[in-house]
Design a protein around this ligand. Structure first.
Ligand code: GDP
Ligand code: CA
Length: 332
């Protein structure tokens, strides 16, 4: 707990799904632990997936980190589902004209501004943690945003047609090439970014956002030391299912799950994370009302599995879901 008696909250999160949830956590914390300035006395630390990162046309892109910053700042394009609201694509058209970059990977002009700023700071010697702190300081986000690691561990996918960067598989092929495996070159030698392990050790609650279990939460947990820190945490660990009624809410998480042999079912993902009581990672696994019939078996296996509405349609439904997770982790 902080000096004011409000909790320290850590969220492990990917991009679009993760940021919807984190916006909800911030709002739920404002409602439950308000401060005098309209914010919250709770401390929220987001540990972001950097497995989606890539080099393109000499620029370093961090799609999940930027989705998180844009959503918390309220400048994200919710209709398109990525990038900044109101941005043009003139620079991307020029890059295509030059034959630079990937023709199937379009970047908006405002988004490119972030990539240029980030790449410049990295070239000047700043760490990924420092760069994210600088990007995040532009707006009052209300959370502390940390990368999972400062190392470059970009996700790669192996398919029958060869091994490729995750973004090529996801964006160019729309995850339609059956994936055989995912890998993060060098991740076994990476270390958690500064502050990550301390935040987890001090946390009163650790939340797994309903992010892609394989390519968003998966890489975070694959950084040596992070899964062990979840297991050892004194705070309560609550996960939220990204799978409702046998399908991802949006995106292609089912294609990722299939590659690692996990059925696209809320109970299977809960089992994949596992109960801390039996050597896994979670104390509680929130599943949707559509999946209520799956709860009893998970409970019998030792994983507390409450049933809640899991749809995040707007700020209020995101905040309700986050409040449910926080109420379970931190009962009044
Ligand atoms: P990405 O990095 O942009 O792909 O986003 P994340 O990995 O953070 O989140 C993607 C996951 O969010 C998908 O697997 C979706 O099923 C899940 N998701 C998206 N919207 C919702 C929602 O409203 N409720 C729940 N429970 N999951 C959601
Ligand atoms: Ca992502």
């Amino acid at each position: 707990m902080t000096a004011s008696g409000a909790p320290r909250i850590v969220v492990l999160a990917g991009g679009v799904g993760g940021s919807k949830f984190v916006v909800g956590v911030r709002e739920a914390a404002r409602r439950r632990w308000p401060d005098a300035a309209g914010g919250t006395r709770a401390e929220i630390t987001v540990i972001a997936n950097t497995g989606d990162d890539l080099w393109l046309s000499g620029l370093r892109l961090q799609p999940d980190v930027d989705s998180m910053i844009y959503a918390l700042a309220g400048v994200n394009d919710t209709e398109r589902g990525w990038g900044r609201t109101g941005e043009s694509e003139r620079v991307a058209a020029e890059l295509h004209g030059w034959g630079a970059g990937w023709p199937w990977f379009t970047l908006g002009d405002l988004d490119l501004g972030a990539h240029i700023a980030r790449t410049g700071w990295l070239r000047e010697g700043a760490s990924v943690t420092e760069v994210i702190a600088r990007l995040a300081s532009r707006w009052p986000l209300g959370v502390r945003l940390l990368p999972m690691t400062d190392a470059e561990v970009d996700t790669h996918v192996t398919t029958a047609q060869g091994r490729m960067h995750f973004q090529e598989w996801w964006t160019r092929h729309r995850a339609s090439l059956p994936a055989q495996s995912f890998d993060w070159p060098g991740i076994e030698h990476s270390t958690p970014a500064p502050g990550v392990l301390a935040a987890m050790a001090e946390a009163d609650a650790i939340l797994f956002a309903p992010s892609n279990p394989v390519v968003s939460v998966g890489p975070i947990l694959a950084v040596p030391g992070i899964a062990a820190a979840v297991r050892a945490a004194s705070g309560t660990v609550v996960g939220v299912s990204p799978i409702i009624a046998g399908a991802p809410v949006r995106g292609m998480a089912d294609a990722c799950l299939a590659a690692v042999g996990i059925p696209a079912m809320a109970d299977a993902v809960g089992r994949h994370y596992g109960a801390r009581a039996t050597g896994g990672l979670l104390d509680t696994w929130l599943i949707g009302e559509e999946d209520a019939a799956l709860a009893a078996v998970l409970e019998a296996e030792g994983l507390r599995t409450p049933v809640r509405p899991l749809w995040m349609r707007d700020l209020d439904t995101s905040a309700r879901l986050a409040a449910d997770a926080l109420d379970i982790a931190l009962p009044a």
